[in-house]
Design a protein around this ligand. Structure first.
Ligand SMILES: *[C@@H]1O[C@H](CO)[C@@H](O)[C@H](O)[C@H]1NC(C)=O
Ligand SMILES: *[C@@H]1O[C@H](CO)[C@@H](O)[C@H](O)[C@H]1NC(C)=O
Ligand SMILES: *[C@@H]1O[C@H](CO)[C@@H](O)[C@H](O)[C@H]1NC(C)=O
Ligand SMILES: *[C@@H]1O[C@H](CO)[C@@H](O)[C@H](O)[C@H]1NC(C)=O
Ligand SMILES: *[C@@H]1O[C@H](CO)[C@@H](O)[C@H](O)[C@H]1NC(C)=O
Ligand SMILES: *[C@@H]1O[C@H](CO)[C@@H](O)[C@H](O)[C@H]1NC(C)=O
Ligand SMILES: *[C@@H]1O[C@H](CO)[C@@H](O)[C@H](O)[C@H]1NC(C)=O
Ligand SMILES: *[C@@H]1O[C@H](CO)[C@@H](O)[C@H](O)[C@H]1NC(C)=O
Length: 694
């Protein structure tokens, strides 16, 4: 808790009252909460002259090394503190600051010990000591230095929001370490295309809340019985399915990826994985077989289980070799010590074939790459048993996947229980999943009214929950699925669903619920989150731009055929106003505006994002000017035509829900701010104004 002192200066930011203290009393509540801190009553003044020093004894060890993390920290610190420059990181045997040149010192002592709640050792912990001129982070290994640095970045962000660039932190000493080893999020990148630029930004954002795993579900297909099982038809050939790792040209498996524009070439994937690693996040790739495998059967129909085109026939002699050949192609890309083979929702009458497949894949992955595997919990009755060396990621009751029983049998378990941790892109059939993770459930959804933590699997049955100290309980991973495909969301809309969800999972997988006095209350979480979301460095998923004056991003009062601006994309809320007169020679492929995240075509005022087209259905007359205002929030985008305020026209998507019904929903588009007009556009655009706010 923050205690208020007499000399505090307070500011209203939106509806939050924030105070900066002449004498900072304690650390501000942050996400995730830190285990302990005792204030010494003085203050440490941060300044742009701050020296960042890494212990030369061990600072260059490991990859990433503490030096590498410190370099990332330095640029994040400039962003969060609003400093134009900070001196380069130094590597020295020690460091003490003085007035005018404070020091942040990273000390590495491999004999230091930190433990998870189950008593297992972890390298992710850190101690820290703040004196008047020196902020020391003491760790056993480089990764602890990163999380210790993120703690400081958050404190700076929470302080800077009230006090501008004069940032003073309380002196004192603290200690912190995670309760669980696995703290992650899964994104369904099989049914929806996400490029590596977006995925990289997401990793950097998640790291700010101390999540350490990005589980990347990289192959899947839409599920629609009309296409899959319609009698006599071959609809399965047309149902959207994708495998995202791009085979090199001429590879024997290149038929697996017919749409190269929706796949990750090796260099792009490696850069993304490296970016994650530099931020303490491990990418856990998932290639899902033998279910969810339409991308494979569209490539090799002979591997299909007859009558179930999205399932592989494990008894067909060529099937397992084909799966292994896919892994063999991509295993050299992956730096994680574990991969997920998916292995969910297969035909339950084929349990023996299923279990022997899973065990065979464990042996294969060990022999081929020395990696362990994870599978989703699933119901595959068999007399054979799945190897205890395989981690089971629980998501669903009440099949054979009962976590307390799995743990008792000696399996390592990761909690992804859907009652708490699942989201679906934009829309949830039957409303079973919320739009963002429910703070009610995360803060008070356990059977006893306590909050969620990786040991909580059921909201209403205490017998299905375990001790936080359970030896085999590895942690928790939330999931955002893409059941309605590319149509449903822009990439940024997926971020809007994840933004707060990742923060709450950060708190609950690092600290837990009912384990530490310092855990955040819901009110503390809700107060800190918007500040930290806005300050999160190293990425710009909010697509924030700083206008030169007032709220006006740009204003072009003249008439143009084409014009390039300094802004690639501008996130909602915004208002884009213009007058447009297309010429009779204007083609449907011409765009009026284009940017990093979206395009707007002349024809039907059609937005494009993720290769999908969203027509407004308004046809601009030729030879005369039409006034258009586009208003967007994170929830919707609409147009006002010729000042007709009473008739807002929304851009919609139409989603096919399991082939049962069509669902209409709003779309939020970032402003296509980079270019006005463009190649091919015939006509003129005038009076263009882009303003922040809706
Ligand atoms: C910064 O804040 C501290 C503590 O509130 C104050 O003592 C100091 O004078 C301020 N410095 C500047 C340059 O404003
Ligand atoms: C699976 O493959 C085996 C071996 O070729 C074949 O005998 C069997 O009929 C196939 N099963 C189905 C359901 O396709
Ligand atoms: C599997 O687990 C057992 C003990 O649970 C262990 O002795 C063995 O080394 C493990 N095998 C592999 C390949 O990891
Ligand atoms: C709890 O576990 C039992 C089996 O032990 C299962 O039948 C039941 O559905 C579970 N309860 C909940 C709420 O998931
Ligand atoms: C990739 O290309 C296909 C075929 O041209 C197209 O339908 C799809 O929209 C493109 N995807 C993206 C993300 O642009
Ligand atoms: C505009 O939309 C209408 C119906 O929404 C459609 O019939 C027409 O083909 C579209 N025109 C263009 C140029 O896309
Ligand atoms: C995508 O949208 C179109 C209409 O624009 C619709 O016909 C189609 O079924 C949708 N696809 C999915 C997978 O929802
Ligand atoms: C779109 O958003 C507007 C404004 O919130 C709302 O009135 C409308 O019902 C939404 N449309 C759909 C299809 O959800």
């Amino acid at each position: 808790m923050v205690s208020l002192l007499a000399a505090a200066v307070c500011f209203w930011i939106n509806t939050l009252l924030l105070c900066s203290h002449a004498l900072a009393a304690s650390l501000q509540p942050q996400i995730p909460s830190i285990a302990s801190f005792t204030s010494a009553g003085d203050s440490f003044q941060l300044s742009p002259n701050v020296r960042i020093i890494v212990d030369s004894a061990h600072g260059l060890e490991g990859a990433p090394s503490a030096l590498s993390y410190a370099q990332t920290f330095r640029s994040d610190l400039m962003s969060v503190a609003g400093f134009a420059h900070v001196p380069p990181v130094e590597v020295l045997p020690g460091g003490t600051g003085f007035a005018g040149a404070p020091v942040i010192y990273i000390a590495i002592d491999p004999t230091m010990q930190f433990a998870l709640y189950n008593g297992e050792p972890t390298l992710e912990g850190y101690d820290f000591e703040i004196t008047e001129y020196t902020y020391t982070i003491k760790v056993a290994a480089a990764i602890g230095a990163w999380w210790g640095a993120v703690t400081m970045l958050q404190q700076v962000a929470l302080t800077a929001v009230a006090g501008g660039t004069n940032i003073s932190l309380p002196t004192g000493a603290g200690s912190d370490s995670p309760g669980w080893e696995v703290r992650g999020f899964m994104l369904d990148a099989g049914r929806h295309w996400f490029d590596t630029a977006f995925l990289s930004e997401l990793c950097i954002y998640a790291s700010f809340f101390k999540l350490n795993e990005f589980h990347l579900h990289a192959s899947d297909n839409l599920w629609n019985p009309d296409f899959l099982y319609g009698t006599g038809n071959e609809g399965w050939k047309d149902l959207y399915a994708a495998f995202r790792f791009q085979p090199p040209p001429g590879s024997p498996i290149d038929g697996l990826v017919p749409r190269l524009n929706e796949s990750w070439p090796e260099n792009e994937f490696l850069m993304f994985q490296q970016t994650c690693s530099e931020h303490g996040v491990t990418v856990i790739p998932e290639i899902d077989t033998p279910g969810h495998s339409l991308a494979i059967t569209q490539w090799k129909p002979e591997l299909m289980l007859s009558g179930q085109p999205d399932l592989l026939n494990l008894s067909y002699p060529a099937t397992i070799p084909a799966i292994k050949s896919i892994w063999q192609q991509f295993l050299p890309w992956f730096t994680s010590s574990e991969v997920s083979i998916g292995a969910d929702e297969y035909d339950a009458s084929l349990g023996d074939a299923y279990v022997s497949f899973v065990n065979e894949m464990f042996g294969f992955m060990q022999a081929e790459a020395g990696k362990s595997i994870r599978i989703w919990g699933t119901n595959e009755p068999s007399t054979e048993i799945i190897s205890k060396n395989i981690t089971i990621q629980h998501w669903d009751f009440p099949d054979a996947d009962i976590p307390v029983q799995l743990l008792a049998a000696g399996y390592n378990v990761i909690n992804s229980e859907q009652a708490f941790l699942y989201l679906d892109g934009k829309y949830s059939d039957g409303g079973v999943y919320p739009y963002t993770l429910s703070l009610d459930l995360m803060f008070s959804g356990a059977p006893d009214g306590g909050g969620w933590a990786p040991n909580i699997f059921s909201p209403n049955d205490p017998s299905n929950n375990t001790s936080p100290n359970e030896l085999h309980l590895r942690g928790g991973i939330m999931a955002l699925w893409s059941d309605w495909g590319n149509n449903a969301t822009t990439m940024l809309e997926d971020y809007y669903q994840l933004a707060q969800s990742l923060a709450v999972v950060g708190e609950k997988t690092w600290a837990g619920s009912g384990m530490r006095a310092s855990e955040l209350s819901r009110a503390e979480f809700e107060a800190a989150y918007p500040i930290l979301n806005a300050a999160a460095p190293g990425q710009n998923l909010n697509r924030v731009v700083l206008p030169e004056y007032g709220d006006v991003v740009y204003k072009y009062p003249f008439t143009y055929n084409t014009l390039t601006t300094p802004y690639a994309s501008v996130g909602p809320p915004y208002t884009l106003q213009f007058s447009v007169m297309p010429d009779t020679h204007s083609s449907n492929a011409d765009f009026l505006f284009s940017g990093e995240d979206s395009k707007l075509y002349v024809a039907n005022l059609t937005f494009e994002a993720t290769g999908q087209l969203y027509p407004l259905g308004y046809v601009l007359p030729v030879g005369t000017y039409t006034d258009v205002e586009i208003h967007a929030t994170a929830d919707y985008t609409y147009a006002i035509i010729n000042g007709d305020e009473g008739n807002p026209r929304y851009w919609y998507t139409v989603m096919d829900i399991w082939g049962e019904y069509m669902e209409v929903a709003n779309m939020s588009f970032a402003a296509p701010a980079q270019q006005i007009g463009g190649e091919g556009f015939v006509g003129s655009v005038k009076d263009v104004v882009l303003t922040l706010g809706v």
